[in-house]
Write a protein that binds this ligand. Sequence first.
Ligand code: 8Y7
Length: 283
Amino acid sequence: MRLIPLPKQILKCGRLSLDLSKPHVMGILNVTPDSFSDGGAHNEKDQAVQHALQMIEDGATVIDIGGESTRPGASPVSIEEEIRRVVPVVEALSQYDVVLSIDTSEPQVIREAVKAGAHIWNDVRALTRPHALATAAALNIPIMIMHMRGEPTTMNNLDQYDDVTLEVIVELQKRVDDALAAGVKAENIMIDPGFGFAKNAQQNLKLLQEFYKLNEMGYPILSALSRKRFIGEALNGADAQHRAVGSVAAHLMSIQQGACMVRAHDVKATHDAILMWQAMQQA
Ligand code: 8Y7
C-alpha cells in the first residue's frame, strides 16, 4: 500500500470529458437475463434506463452497459442479441450528460453502440477478438484494457503466478503495446488489473495491496472489485447481496493508490465514501 495522487489528465469522451484528477464511479448496468448480482431485474429496456438514471442521481459519472454476462459458466450470447440488448439502452441514455461505457468484446457491438452514442469500450478480453484492435484504432474512443488469462470459462485454471502484480503488469503491457502498434492513441488507453479474472482470492488481495505499482505503466487505472467472490470470502462467506460495504472499502483502498475510476453496483455508498475521502484531503 502506498498513497498515490490521481493523474492530472482529462479523458475525452466525445462531447463529454472526465477530469481524472478526481475519482469517478462507473455504475454497472447489466442488460442480461442471467446476471448474477441483480438477478436479471433490469433486463427490460425501461427498467435498465430507470436503473441507470438512479445511478446517475447517486453520483455515477459513467455507466457501464453490458449485454453479455462474463460470469464463469454463463451461456454465450449471439452478437445480434448483444446488440439488441445494448443499443436501445444507449440510445435512451445518450440524451443525458453521462459517459456511456460498453462492456463487450465484439467489434460489431461496439461499432453499433458508438453509432447510438456510446463513448468508452470496456473489453475484458483486451482487444483479442478478430478485428478488435483495428476497430479500436478506427473508432478513436477511450478503451479499457483489462488483464485476464484465457476466457471466462477457462480462466480459473490459469491462476499460476510467481508474482501476481508483476506478471499482471507485464501481460497488460503486452496488450497495451499491441493496441499502440495497431494505432490506438495512448491518450485513449485506460488499464485495469482484472480482479477475479484468472486470480484466486489470495492473489486478488495481493493485487489490491500492491495496486499502486500499476501507476508505473503511466495510464489511468480502473479498479473493478464490486461484490467479487474474494470480497465475499474476506467477509466470512457473505453472499453477493451482502458485499457492498466490503466493496466500498476495497474500492477506496484502490483510489488511495491511484485508481481514478471504480466500477460499482452500489453507487451511492461508493460515492459517499469518495466524498468523505475528498473532504478529508481538502482539510
Ligand atoms: C470487470 C469488468 C466485469 C472488471 C472491467 C463482475 C465487465 C464481472 N468485471 N470490466 N466486467 N473490469 N473493466 O464481477 O473487473 O462484475 S463482469
